[in-house]
Design a protein around this ligand. Structure first.
Ligand SMILES: *[C@@H]1O[C@H](CO)[C@@H](O)[C@H](O)[C@H]1NC(C)=O
Ligand SMILES: *[C@@H]1O[C@H](CO)[C@@H](O)[C@H](O)[C@H]1NC(C)=O
Ligand SMILES: *[C@@H]1O[C@H](CO)[C@@H](O)[C@H](O)[C@H]1NC(C)=O
Ligand SMILES: *[C@@H]1O[C@H](CO)[C@@H](O)[C@H](O)[C@H]1NC(C)=O
Length: 140
């Protein structure tokens, strides 16, 4: 019984994924996780901008994995950018650049958000992302 219902949940998530992909041509999927809000021009806002701009402007990392944080608790922002293994470096950077611009617009004033393009994913949070990975259904 538990098996059946978890399969149903899984199928249901796929339906949501597909419908969101149709509704939002830029991201394949994104989610504003509603874990908290920040106000415009707050320290959190500034730190988030800082972390996203260092992620999108980085030219040293060449392996498609970006792990940045900035600021001091409780306004510290963690971010994680990841490109698909077969994405070329310029596509990877362009993809993350697009994601860092779009995600905060779509999830305005949300402290935590995640977005997936074809070639990359971006996530940011006030929580250490390496401790919350297991929350995500995408890391199966
Ligand atoms: C954030 O703000 C939205 C709308 O302004 C509200 O619906 C939501 O409950 C808030 N979330 C939290 C975690 O405070
Ligand atoms: C945030 O700061 C900018 C520039 O300092 C200002 O133009 C803008 O009106 C401020 N926004 C809010 C919501 O305070
Ligand atoms: C990611 O960054 C955090 C804090 O900036 C650090 O503690 C952690 O070790 C890093 N993880 C990896 C896999 O680089
Ligand atoms: C980023 O956005 C630009 C402009 O919309 C688009 O031309 C480009 O293909 C996008 N990059 C990726 C990797 O999706």
């Amino acid at each position: 019984m538990a098996m059946v219902s978890s399969r149903l949940v899984f199928l249901f998530s796929i339906c949501i994924l597909i419908s969101q992909a149709i509704a939002q041509p830029n991201f394949l999927y994104y989610s504003c996780l509603d874990k908290g809000n920040y106000t415009s021009n707050s320290t959190y806002n500034t730190n988030l901008n800082q972390v996203l701009s260092s992620l999108s402007s980085n030219t040293e990392i060449e392996y498609g994995f970006y792990n940045f944080s900035y600021g001091k608790s409780p306004d510290k922002v963690y971010s994680l950018g990841l490109c698909r293994g077969d994405a070329k470096l310029d596509i990877c950077r362009s993809c993350l650049n697009n994601a860092t611009n779009l995600l905060p617009l779509l999830c305005s004033n949300q402290k935590e958000a995640i977005g997936w393009y074809d070639y990359c994913m971006l996530r940011y949070s006030f929580r250490d992302i390496f401790n919350i990975m297991e929350d995500s259904p995408f890391y199966m």
